[in-house]
Design a protein around this ligand. Sequence first.
Ligand code: ADP
Length: 630
Amino acid sequence: MYYNISYDIAAILILLVIVAVMNTVLYTESAGHKLVRRYVYAVIACAVIDIITAYTISYGYLVPDSLNMILNSLYQYSSAFCVYCAMSTILNYYPGASKTSVLMNRILLFLLVSFVTINLFTGWMFYFENGAYVHGRLYLIAYALSLTIIFHMLYVVLVNRADTPRRITRIIILFLYLPTIFTVIQMLTNNILLIVFGEAFSALVMLFALETPDYRKLLKTMNELECAREEANVANRTKSDFLASMSHEIRTPINGILGMNTMILRECDDPKITEYAENIRIAGNGLLSIINDILDLSKIESGRMEIIPQDYELYSVMNDCYQMNRMRAAEKGLEFVFENDPGMPEGYFGDVVRIRQIMNNLVSNGIKYTVAGSVRLKAGFVRDPDTGEDGKNEHGILVISVSDTGIGIRKEDIDRLFERFTRFEENRNRNIEGTGLGLNITWQLVNMMKGTIEVESEYAKGSVFTVRIPQKVTSGKPMGDFSLRQKEHVSTAPGDTAYFRARGKRILVVDDVNMNLLVFKGLLRETEMSIDSANSGAEAIAMTKNTKYDIIFMDHLMPEMDGIEAFHRIRDDSGNINHDTPVVALTANAIVGMRASYLSEGFADYLTKPVEQKELLTVTERQLKDHNED
Ligand code: ADP
């Protein structure tokens, strides 16, 4: 008899595709998947043996009967193993199945295997005679046993169906009966080998109908997680945007208050009133620094904080920090010392704004948390021995350490020191203002600059904060001793703010808040320039058509037409006599923080509110000079 093996070959191809898919895109470590994989391998082995026996039976006259007997028994064993794997796969979906049912299943399988083994010696199931396959006397027992196994498993599935979703139970019944149906067809057609094909088909059903939903569930969960992450990001962005707009709202009135106050301090001789104004200045600056902290944090969180390196001189950064904090240290009677290694380089390339902020945070904390004794800042530079010649383009680590003889920090608190909103010993420090944000911001800024921060502290004795930041050297000239330089600087420094006079120059300032316009004019009054003002973008455009200005100061955020649009309308109108006038952007929106983006829009410069008089004067003088040179 000749057997048609094409279905076996088709089965092997289907199974190989299943193996490939299960080991790549659908790979999971789930128990169900492992069992299906094992079932698939078993069916492949069975198919291969089936093909071999198809040949040995077909060419029985060339093959010894005993070899045919062994090969066919091997096929029976392998199909029993397939049944075992299929049953284990099913039982995996019915964990509630009783031990007795599992045992019953194993006994039936054992009987089947035993029957195949006994057949080797008795020929009860099948035997070979002169190369021909002959059914044994009891061959129906083998079919009966196989059917019993299947019916028993059907019974187990139905009894335990409540434990498993109905969909799965239906598929398992299909999985159980597909091979049975194909077996019956094979028996009827006689020479077509369909059993393995049926098994491959049921493996396919099992994989795509049972296991893939798990995979799909996984994908669905992953999608849901992705959506949740996106939602969280959007919520976070909304929060940052809210903070950004809140900053605008809060900084604008502070700008007015502090500006007006500067004028009171400058113009009023009454000591009582100047004292009140001085208190307003201190409280206003405190409020501003809290808002700045919150803004910095939201900038860092939303990834909008950028490190913007530029050339700077360390002396002036240290001096700024010294001047900013010296009064507070003096008020508390603290010894306040800034020292440095005089041989360290003078000029560096780095984000000077952030380095100044880090220094300020540490120094002001030192003063805040020290009742008596001293606060010291030490600066040094550790050269990278592998880089730089002649002191230029040299790399190294800038080391700044701030030590105090203050309240110190308990050992157990040190690990949490850089977490946000963390303040220790609230009771003891009740009178010390703070938000618990400063050190977190400092830590994040140091990290952004690829530096490190370290703390050593002894409770009730004092603390030392050491920051190490990699920096490039731009001038290897020794910086000299800080305090000596400071003395020289003080003796040659001009008195107060140095005004320049620019009578005859005309500027336009555009802002929707009247008080800001007033402050602005007040800050520039001494320069004797003519200052016009406009309340809106539209008004500014109208004014620029008639009067030639030397500089235009343009607020960014204004209702109706914002400053950027107004700027472009002036710039793009070649008939406008001010189309090439330098325009300086004014922004209270510190979160934007992108000097570069203003410059790329075409603005000549930009100033953040509250506008500092010194900065305003510097920018104005520079623009006048640049413009005259053109
Ligand atoms: P803030 O000072 O606004 O509370 P920080 O983030 O700057 O917030 O500091 C967090 C906490 O760390 C402070 O509340 C204080 O308990 C502690 N701390 C910071 N610096 C020092 C210091 N130099 N000495 C002692 N404790 C400090």
